[in-house]
Design a protein around this ligand. Structure first.
Ligand code: PEP
Ligand code: MG
Length: 852
């Protein structure tokens, strides 16, 4: 590129200058908007991305001409990428500060002011441009510090501190342009969604000098409180004490009993600032933070950026702006990142309750939870199987800990940062998480944690992880329920009105169902009934049933389980109040319900009043080499039909009972692990017979829907004939992924990290749907199913149902709904709305969405 062509790229920002966000970056565009709104912005020049690229490549810009354009004034140089989220090199202030300029400023504004300005510039130039060690410079300005900084620069660089404004400008521009190209900077911005070739524009602005006999200083102002999003003027102003004009102090913006305020010191400036904020809000359609300077009483608006805010505040701001018709509802929906909602959904430690803080770490994933300490993923899974709340404490986590994290209510690691494995995964799962709690010393072998003050916590002790502010508390803490305020609810209702794929919840217990209702799931998409048999009282009966020698004995045990199951379903139907509830018949191998150690078998022998040897033999006889591919799901339904018959009876009797006292219930009965049409025929015939018997016995009529869980590859391939007997097909993508890859769900963690790192898999397919392989089976299965039965309901109920990318895939594939864990329902509702707005042309076929 020739120099001449670069000259053309310096564009002074005026109301009509050809500034565009792609070429000059968001900051340049934003400043132009402020100028168009008549805000008092100092002279500003934009450098296009091409210019900056050329500078990075070694082209020397004509900075003499640039410096002349500013008439010898000091300038600030700021980054201006296309998207503010992408960051950029550090802003450099007061470029053009030389010995001569120092003398000039000292003569007008005093030596101290000139020293501070010059020292600040020398330091930032040395650190950001010459890349010298920051430790070489003292922070406090004084004539000695300035002389020392200049001397240090000279000693290190073997040359005098540059005394030409044009040279300084050239060096600053080059260093900023090159910093943008650095690997770390690129990785950081790519993590925020920047393309690999993202470009940088730069903005040069005449420095406003916050000095003079009138009120002077710099500050920021915004109209909202950034944590809640509530209307409240916030910000600060730093200037000379308005009373004595001596020491610098920070003033309140709004009148305040505790000290001086800008409102009192300069009411007209304060009013103008508020007016500017309002103008920005209305015309830029966003809550903006204005950065300003008061130059001898004269207001200058230096910059304006979107107010940094919590997720909670971003929801409130988006809804408020739409309610005031400043933006549309669709814009409001699109302004909230679906994943950000999870921050609003969690329990928080009640700030009013006492806190026994034992350590601090990095707040890596929001929310709080109390539970017993476990030191391994296996122990976490064991605790979860006992329905015990546990906190997984690790030095750091690795991919094989994923299942342990699923089982824990919170995660605490001694090491790691905000993007460490534990942090990333916990955020995805919506688990409270603290990482980098280096104040704790962890000894996993002895199963103990020692705090800095010497307190010890052992395995089984209860602690609280407050992932919102990174504090570990002793014992369990009082919790605040998630804050599902009016703005959250409103936004999600707007999202419901635009989305075109349904969202249900996976819910096994009344608690889950209540959470599902709270998050306005459109029903239960998967109720895993086996979880209902792990309670102490039921487990014994369950085991009696498993050990029964004859069909008659088995019936005796099942007759005891029947009322318990019926009560389970009545509770769910009552809570769901007529919304669809899809109940999956018993799925796991029976062996899971039996004890695995000698002590457990002895207890069982006692409970069943049988010899230990017999119990041991029977337990061994039931064990399988590969239980997940063994006698489970529909295979049990075919070979031990009494279990499904009992469950069907419980479902139908509960249907009659719940419908009598509340909304009519149309239960959905789902058969798991199907691989052949005949399995469905056999089970369906028996269940239809149970329904007929219940109708006769109760004298009540009811309807129900029978469906099939498509979670074996064969079921997907044979979905055409299976759909003859199925009103719905629900894709169980956990097992389907396991079987498609031939990869154990429970063991894959051991090498998943290596596989992902080496690019064998782009992501862990158990978390993000493998669209190419498993996805193809979904497409085949859904197309063949629909070919047989055009109105067959299609859904997904594996873990993937709550993952936005997988939701997009299901939507593109014409699915009716996704079903995910209750806490992921709001994220799914909003993500589905985003897809509907961004990609409206996808035909959604014959969907019936229950939202109006
Ligand atoms: C599945 O396999 O995808 C599923 C939802 O069932 P489970 O996880 O209970 O096996
Ligand atoms: Mg399954």
């Amino acid at each position: 590129m020739q120099k001449q062509s670069i000259f053309a790229e310096f564009t002074e920002i005026t109301p009509s200058a050809p500034i565009d966000a792609e070429r000059h970056g968001w900051r340049a565009k934003c400043l132009q908007r402020l100028i168009r709104l008549d805000l008092p912005v100092p002279r500003t020049v934009a450098l296009s991305a091409d210019t900056v690229r050329a500078i990075a490549a070694g082209v020397t810009p004509d900075t003499a001409r640039l410096a002349a354009a500013f008439g010898g004034a000091l300038v600030t140089i700021r980054p201006s990428p296309a998207n503010p989220e992408w960051g950029g090199p550090t802003t450099v202030l007061n470029v053009g500060m030389t010995g001569a300029k120092h003398a000039e400023i000292a003569a007008v504004h005093g030596r101290a002011y000139a020293d501070a300005l010059y020292l600040g510039f020398v330091q930032s130039y040395a650190i950001h441009v010459a890349r010298l060690d920051p430790d070489m410079f003292t922070a406090e300005p004084s004539p000695e510090a300035l002389a020392a900084a200049l001397a240090a620069y000279e000693a290190e660089m073997d040359e005098e501190f540059p005394q030409s404004p044009a040279r300084q400008m050239g060096e600053v521009l080059r260093s900023m342009a090159r910093a943008w190209e650095g690997t770390t900077a690129r990785l950081l911005r790519e993590a925020k969604g920047a393309p690999s070739d993202a470009a940088l524009g730069l903005v040069m602005q005449e420095m406003a000098q916050a000095v003079g006999p009138g009120l002077s200083g710099t500050g920021t102002i915004q109209l909202i409180e950034p944590v809640t999003g509530a209307p409240q003027v916030t910000g600060r102003f730093r200037g000379l004490n308005p009373a004595n004009r001596k020491a610098e102090e920070t003033l309140y913006l709004v009148r305040d009993r505790r000290g001086h305020s800008l409102e009192d010191a300069a009411p007209e400036v304060f009013a103008a600032l508020q007016a500017h904020c309002r103008t920005c809000r209305e015309r830029l359609r966003e809550e903006m933070l204005i950065e300003f300077a008061l130059e001898n009483g004269v207001l200058k608006v230096i910059d304006a950026v979107k107010v940094q805010r919590s997720s909670r505040a971003s929801v409130r701001v988006a809804v408020t702006l739409a309610t005031e018709r400043i933006i549309s509802r669709d814009d409001a929906i699109l302004r909230v990142e679906p994943r950000a909602l999870s921050e609003l959904l969690h329990h928080q430690v009640d700030p009013r309750a006492p806190r026994d803080r034992v350590a601090r770490g990095i707040a890596a994933s929001p929310g709080a939870a109390s539970g017993r300490i476990v030191f391994s993923s296996a122990d976490a899974q064991a605790a979860a199987a006992r329905d015990e709340r546990c906190i997984l404490v690790r030095r750091e986590t690795a991919p094989e800990d994923i299942r342990g994290m699923h089982a824990a209510v919170a995660v605490l690691t001694e090491r790691g940062g905000i993007t460490s494995h534990a942090a990333v995964i916990a955020r995805g799962l919506g688990l409270p998480c603290i990482v980098g709690a280096s104040e704790l010393s962890l000894n996993p072998r002895d199963r103990v944690i020692v705090t800095r003050s010497g307190r010890t916590f052992r395995e089984g002790d209860v602690i609280t992880v407050d992932g919102t502010n990174g504090e570990v508390l002793a014992g369990s803490a009082e919790m605040l329920e998630p804050a599902l305020d009016e703005w959250f609810t409103t936004l999600l209702h707007w999202a419901d009105n635009v989305r075109d794929i349904g969202v249900r919840a996976n819910a096994d217990t009344p608690d889950d169902a209540r959470t599902a209702r709270m998050f306005e799931a459109e029903g239960i998409g998967l109720c895993r009934t086996e979880h209902m048999f792990f309670d102490e009282d039921r487990l014994t009966v369950m085991r009696e049933m498993i050990f029964a020698d004859t069909a008659k004995d088995r019936k005796v045990a099942l007759d005891r389980l029947l009322p318990m199951q019926r009560a389970d379903f009545i509770a769910l139907f009552d809570i769901m109040a007529g919304l669809p509830v899809c109940i999956r018949l018993f799925d796991p191998p029976l062996h899971e319900f039996l004890p695995h150690d000698r002590e457990g078998m002895r207890e069982l022998a006692e409970a069943l009043d049988r010899p230990l040897s017999e119990v041991t033999r029977r337990v061994e006889a039931l064990s399988e080499f590969n239980p997940m591919l063994g006698l489970r799901g529909v295979r049990l339904g075919v070979t031990v039909p009494e279990i499904y018959e009992m469950q069907a009876r419980a479902i139908f009797e509960a249907t009659v009972e719940a419908s009598r006292r509340g909304a009519a219930v149309v239960p959905e009965v789902m058969i798991p692990l199907v691989s052949a049409k005949r399995e469905v025929e056999l089970v369906k015939t028996r269940i239809d017979a149970v329904a007929a018997a219940v109708r006769t016995a109760t004298g009540a009529d009811f309807t129900y829907r029978m469906g099939v869980m498509v979670e074996t590859p064969r079921a997907a391939l044979r979905a055409g004939e299976i759909a003859q007997h199925a009103a719905f097909l629900s894709f169980g993508t956990n097992d389907l992924t396991q079987m498609t890859y031939g990869l154990s769900r429970d063991d894959a963690g051991r090498f998943m990290g290596d596989y992902v790192n080496q690019g064998v898999f782009p992501e862990d397919p158990f978390h993000v749907l493998d669209e190419d392989g498993v996805g193809e089976l979904l497409l085949i299965g859904s197309a063949r199913g629909r070919q047989t039965r055009h109105d067959v309901t299609l859904s997904i109920c594996g873990e993937h149902g709550g993952n936005p990318a997988s939701i997009a895939f299901c939507r593109r594939s014409g699915f009716d709904y996704v079903s995910c864990s209750p806490f992921r329902v709001p994220v799914a509702r909003l993500a589905a709305a985003h897809f509907a707005l961004k990609d409206p042309d996808i035909a959604q076929g014959n969907k019936v969405i229950s939202n109006d």
